[in-house]
Design a protein around this ligand. Structure first.
Ligand SMILES: [Zn+2]
Length: 508
């Protein structure tokens, strides 16, 4: 047999895996163990739970005949590995995980199982193990105050964000899946993350937080000058007397931030707060197209409220940051509101870390370089009251000079949903060294195929020869330095900031 399906199987359904596999954009399904597993039908199988003896035997046979398995959090013990060891993880540098495949530190807090010493001869197949409980980490809603790395400063900007580096975990899983395909001399194929073959995207949002008319207008003009499709999340109570101003921002998009700039942590009060904001905007003939909650806060109850108010998208860094879009899993089901993660470091928190304006500018310009190389989305935000508009002038200039695709929030939301509806299947012909892409493809959703250190982009369905692949970029030298791990040491300033912020939030 020289035909291989490029299709990933997973032994147990888990929502965290659904999130991550749809972000990566691979063709996947839950394994059906009623028939035998063929290495021609599954390019890789993910073992993410306990299996009975019969299934274990079937997985062993699949590997021995040339298949590849990714074992998760110790579930490969007694099937593929003799032993497993419990280990506590917190923060890892990319060098400690998979050399040079992520631009930031990995925060994977928890005790996980690492596997050691193969217990069977894999014969023609391959097994890799990943110690982390991917599902638990991805659906975790725990938020913590974190420092963000920047070379040469005394104080690091910090913000309350998702405790887990979910974007980093996605990239790690993708890297393992890719390696297993390549071990088998099979190409790894997935839907590309951005429209057409754009190498990254830039999005920009403003949380209006009591900005004056002059501040709002200055920022609006700057965005218009560089044709940056900005999303304005309106803090409605602060601008109640000037809401019509936002109607004049007609080339840009308007969303809800809040009525009162506060999270009540009470279902009725929170729902009322956001629906009041929505109604007041609608009364001004402004139809808000999404929401971003105050302080980037996210809880399952807030997630439910956002969905009940029919917002198509929202953006909260306490749930996730620096990642691709996804539907949050809340109260045991997937939300219908798409989460659009951003980078959480704003000018306000750089000011608190006593950054000079030049340092603020350098922070963002450096971030753009790094994320562009890693082909990760660049999603920034600003508050008009924090001024330093010239920093964003430099940011916008750089985005334009690098020819980075800019998307409005609604364009990003619409395109991602289109990507989710594109689900082709793939077959590799080893004799002809070609891939056949079957099924409907949306015009702007392309595929990326990698084989060893080479890649090719595929624009549509059909048969594609893999003769002309081009070299992938070496990422190792673009990651953060090893000593950047020091930012995760205990930082007494966080305690102080937590107390001050709690008092500030209570006054709102
Ligand atoms: Zn705000």
């Amino acid at each position: 047999m020289t035909h291989f399906k490029l299709h990933i199987g997973i032994t147990h359904y888990q929502p965290g895996w659904e999130i991550i596999l749809s972000q990566i954009g691979v063709d996947w399904s839950i394994c059906n163990f009623s028939s035998s597993l063929s290495s021609n039908d599954f390019s890789v199988i993910i073992l993410n739970g306990y299996v009975n003896e019969e299934t274990a035997y079937s997985l062993q046979r699949y590997v021995k005949s040339g298949g590849a398995v990714l074992t998760i959090n110790g579930y490969g013990k007694n099937i593929f590995f003799k032993t497993s060891t419990s280990r506590y993880y917190s923060t890892l540098h990319p060098n400690e995980v998979e050399d040079g495949m992520w631009h930031s530190l990995f925060d994977f807090p928890g005790t996980f199982q690492t596997e050691e010493n193969p217990s069977i001869d894999f014969e023609k197949g391959f097994v890799l193990s990943l110690p982390f409980d991917v599902n638990a980490l991805i659906i975790s809603t725990n938020a913590v105050r974190k420092n963000f790395w920047f070379e040469g400063v005394l104080r690091y900007p910090n913000e309350i964000t998702a405790g887990v580096s979910k974007g980093g975990l996605r990239k790690l899983v993708q890297h393992k899946l890719m390696r297993l395909h390549h071990f088998r001399k099979l190409p790894f194929i997935h839907k590309w993350y951005f429209p057409q073959q754009a190498q990254t995207v830039f999005t920009f949002r403003v949380d209006t937080d009591s900005g004056t008319q002059e501040q709002l207008t200055t920022l609006f003009e700057l965005c218009r000058q560089f044709v940056i499709p900005t999303e304005w999340f309106v803090d409605v109570q602060s601008h109640e007397q000037q809401l019509s101003l936002f109607r004049s921002f007609n080339s840009q998009e308007i969303g809800v931030h809040c009525y009162r700039h506060k999270i009540f942590y009470d279902y009725e009060q929170d729902k009322n707060n956001f629906s009041t904001a929505k109604q007041l905007l609608e009364r001004q003939d402004i139809i808000p197209n999404g929401i971003a909650l105050p302080y980037g806060t996210w809880t399952e109850t807030l997630g439910k409220i956002i969905q009940e108010l029919h917002f198509p998208f929202s953006s909260e860094f306490a749930l996730n940051y620096d990642d691709l879009p996804f539907f949050p899993f809340c109260e045991n089901q997937f939300s219908t509101t798409l989460q659009l993660p951003i980078h959480p470091v704003s000018i306000g928190i750089m000011k608190r870390a006593r950054f000079t304006e030049d340092e603020m500018r350098e922070y963002y310009l450096h971030l753009i370089d790094r994320y562009a190389v890693f082909r990760e989305p660049i999603c920034l935000y600003h508050h008009p009251t924090h001024l330093h508009f010239s920093v964003f002038k430099s940011v916008f200039e750089k985005i334009r000079n690098l020819n980075i695709l800019t998307l409005s929030y609604s364009q990003y939301n619409d395109w991602w949903r289109k990507r989710l509806l594109t689900n082709p299947s793939y077959e590799y012909d080893a004799t002809k060294n070609s891939v056949q892409v079957k099924g409907n493809m949306q015009e702007s959703v392309h595929l990326r195929l990698t084989l060893h250190d080479e890649e090719i982009f595929i624009p549509s369905h059909g048969i594609f020869s893999l003769e002309k692949l081009s070299k992938r970029k070496e990422l190792r030298s673009h990651t953060i330095p090893q000593y950047a791990k020091k930012i995760r040491r205990f930082d007494w300033r966080h305690l102080l900031i937590n107390i001050l912020e709690k008092k500030y939030k209570a006054r709102q």
